[in-house]
Ligand binder design. Structure first.
Ligand code: BTN
Length: 270
């Protein structure tokens, strides 16, 4: 049995080691800036763009003091418990197709997580990364203008070491809670490599729709989509060519760009 002293030495400081940027070897043009604290890595990446930084900057924070989630929510994580990362991108792709960026990031996160955890992740439209059906990561796309040229900031948060009581909602999870002891530096390396592959292919004209369909857990489900001032209940038929969710509700087909999807258990699934 460990003594009380040994037990306390083996507490969060040991199991939550700092990121080690010197171990990273990132594909061009990606380069990393690791901050001990940031209000939000998305905000830092946007500021860097406005200061003149170019595509490929990857901002990572050990602790975000006011991390941002979708739909104006917070994204709060204890220091060194997770991976909070933002990519600064200026894709030479029609801006109307930038809606694919968060979905591509989901694909990259899924392949990085499969590589380092051996658990097969799924994606819940639009931007949730699920492990064993529970949310382990989320993605936020923000656009920023500078001298009339836009950039996309794609932020991703992945819960790595959190205990259940450190998560914002009971149905969220972390890699640790799913039984995966993961080195965050290795996960960051795998994430940037996977993102680089997805991003290069998309910039080169490859349509990610088929791959997204394969990884997406939402297609075929009965859902309620919560939107501002409106809920829509129906069956998800597909994700369309712009990445929108296609829902059949009351005999009508809807293409949805935003919304919070709630899965509804059908009678035959209970
Ligand atoms: C969601 O609501 O699911 C999206 C969460 C996105 C969180 C990430 S953490 C890194 C980046 N910086 C932020 O402030 N938000 C994103």
């Amino acid at each position: 049995m460990p003594s009380a002293n040994l037990f306390s030495m083996n507490s969060s400081a040991d199991v939550r080691p700092p990121l080690e940027p010197a171990r990273l070897s990132l594909p061009k043009p990606f380069r990393v800036e690791v901050l001990e604290t940031a209000v939000s890595t998305n905000a830092v990446a946007a500021a860097r763009f406005q200061e003149g930084e170019s595509e490929g900057l990857v901002v990572v924070a050990e602790h975000q003091t006011a991390g941002r989630g979708r739909l104006d929510r917070d994204w709060i994580t204890p220091a060194r418990s997770s991976l909070t990362v933002s990519f600064l991108l200026t894709p030479q792709v029609e801006v109307t197709r930038w809606t694919w960026l968060p979905l591509l990031t989901g694909l990259a996160a899924a392949s990085a997580l499969a590589e380092v955890t051996q658990i097969a992740p799924k994606l819940k439209w639009p931007n949730d990364v699920l492990l064993n059906g529970r949310k382990a990561g989320g993605i936020l796309l923000e656009l920023v203008e500078h001298q009339s040229a836009p950039a996309a900031i794609v932020g991703i948060g992945i819960n790595v070491h959190q205990a259940q009581d450190e998560l914002p909602v009971p149905d969220a999870t972390s890699l640790a809670l799913e039984g995966a002891a993961v080195d965050r530096t290795q996960l960051l390396q795998a994430l940037v490599e996977a993102f680089s592959r997805e991003y290069d292919a998309w910039c080169g004209g490859l349509d990610p729709r088929e791959r997204y369909r394969d990884e997406c857990d939402t297609i075929g489900r009965e859902v309620v989509v919560h939107m501002i001032g409106q809920d829509l209940r129906g069956t998800v038929q597909d994700v369309d060519e712009t990445g929108q969710l296609v829902v059949l509700a009351d005999g009508q087909v809807h293409h949805l760009a935003v919304g919070d999807v709630e899965y509804v258990r059908r009678q035959d699934q209970i």
